[in-house]
Design a protein around this ligand. Structure first.
Ligand code: NDP
Ligand code: DGY
Length: 328
């Protein structure tokens, strides 16, 4: 069987060209040249009907044991066009000598920009205000119309002071915010020092923060990390911002907390599921801003992460000793 590389989605033109250029007499590229996900049945069929050596995937593809086993013994690399890799069974890959590549650092600043934009938009009710203008509701200047919550001088609690969490903290220091953080590794003076961030355990962070920003990775320990008890522990006018993965927040509990007034508002770049169905109660709450997972969505950054993922794919397929950007 000819060795095969699977690419699950249409890529920017120059990255597409680089990936297609991997093809040779001995290697074919199965390219899903579409902006819609490759359906699972086709992915499984592609995996089992050829000798797959590499997969270039997106965060929308579930690369689990079923998919990996369908590829057979020749699989060398799984390369995702994302820094999050919770959609890949990394343990399986490690156990079977399959390299996994991801795209750290290059999207950090772009994602932090979006996180702060979402925090501001939610706190200052920007989408609601813009919609009111379009709907002809701007009749005059009114003292308390569309008043929101101050960001400057507030206390912001960051769940996960990693690359993106720290970049968010740097920006919010510019707004005069006091930064608190929590995470798996305890105090992190190297990242916390420059932004004068103070470590807190989760309960203390939730009770102290005006804004809680979720920026951690989705791992078994963070699935449902922000649940009913955590939401109740927040201030009643607190704003929750999630740019990590939808599954880190118990969404049903969030809906209940918003209905009960346990917290003030929520800004979500990530949800469960994605896309969020139009019927979700979140979409009819005026104090909720939902974005379609656009944290890293600048033209430059998306082109860069697509390119990094192609570099990982190429190195893996060509049998390099190590990928340029391997998952830890
Ligand atoms: P990092 O690896 O630098 O940071 C991950 C963070 O997760 C660390 O701070 C870590 O805490 C924290 N974490 C891990 N386990 C736990 C736990 N049990 N409890 C609390 N915190 C925990 O990753 P990045 O900053 O580069 O990216 C973070 C995530 O952001 C990605 O995994 C991805 O899911 C998401 N993302 C979303 C984007 C979007 O478009 N919305 C764009 C890019 C990324 P500690 O430091 O204490 O170990
Ligand atoms: C990631 O990289 O994990 C994001 O969610 C998309 O850029």
């Amino acid at each position: 069987m000819t060795a095969t590389v699977i690419v699950t989605r249409q890529l920017p033109a120059d990255v597409e060209a680089a990936v297609l250029a991997l093809a040779s007499d001995d290697l074919k590229v199965l390219y899903h040249k579409s902006d819609d996900p490759l359906d699972r049945a086709t992915l499984l069929e592609w995996c089992s009907s050829s000798a797959v050596v590499g997969i270039y995937c997106l965060l929308t593809d579930r690369i689990d044991a079923e998919v990996l086993e369908a590829c057979g013994d020749g699989l060398r690399v799984v390369s995702t066009m994302s820094v999050g890799y919770n959609h890949i069974d990394v343990e399986w890959c490690k156990a079977h000598g399959v390299a996994v590549g991801y795209t750290p650092d290059v999207l950090t600043e772009t994602t932090a920009d979006l996180a702060v934009a979402l925090l501001l938009a939610t706190a200052r009710r920007i989408p609601e205000a813009a919609n009111a203008v379009k709907a002809g509701e701007w009749t005059t200047w009114k003292p308390m119309w569309l008043t929101g919550k101050d960001v400057f001088g507030s206390t912001v609690g960051i769940v996960g002071l990693g690359r993106i969490g720290a970049a968010i903290a740097r920006r919010l220091r510019g707004f005069g915010c006091a930064i608190r953080y929590t995470g798996a590794s305890g105090p992190k003076p190297d990242l916390a020092g420059p932004v004068e961030a103070e470590f807190r355990d989760m309960d203390a962070l939730l009770g102290e923060s005006d804004f809680v920003v979720v920026a951690c990775a989705l791992v078994p320990a963070t699935r449902g990390l922000i649940g009913a008890a955590q939401l109740r522990a927040m201030k009643s006018d607190a704003v929750l911002v999630n740019i990590s993965r939808g599954e880190v927040v118990d969404q049903d509990a969030l809906i209940e907390a918003l209905r009960a007034g346990d917290i003030g508002a929520a800004g979500l770049d990530v949800t469960t599921p994605e896309p969020l169905p139009a019927s979700s109660p979140l979409l009819s709450m005026p104090n909720v801003v939902v974005l379609p997972h656009i944290g890293s969505a600048s033209v430059r950054t998306r082109e860069l992460i697509a390119k990094m993922a192609a570099q990982n794919l190429q190195a893996g397929v060509q049998g390099a000793a190590a990928l340029p950007f391997p998952v830890p």
